[in-house]
Design a protein. Structure first.
Length: 78
């Protein structure tokens, strides 16, 4: 691990747009995790994916992906 300063210019940095996008994804993920915790406390157990999806207005298959990536998921078609 010689000379870490040499590598500084070789690592790509986030653009301002990337930083904003990632910030929004993290904020959404935190909101979803808070909702899951609140739901867990009210149910006195871990909610099922379906219960969690119902609380978030996300399609059930999108909920885990939304958490993993911080993405907003998809709202159901009305």
């Amino acid at each position: 691990m010689c000379c870490p300063l040499i590598r500084i210019g070789r690592i790509s940095r986030l653009t301002p747009e990337d930083e904003i996008t990632l910030g929004h994804r993290v904020k959404r993920m935190m909101t979803l995790m808070d909702l899951k915790e609140t739901l867990s406390q009210s149910l006195k157990r871990v909610p099922t994916v379906q219960q969690w999806a119902n609380q978030t207005s996300l399609l059930p298959l999108r909920t885990p992906a939304g958490i993993a990536t911080g993405a907003a998921g998809q709202a159901p078609d009305d």
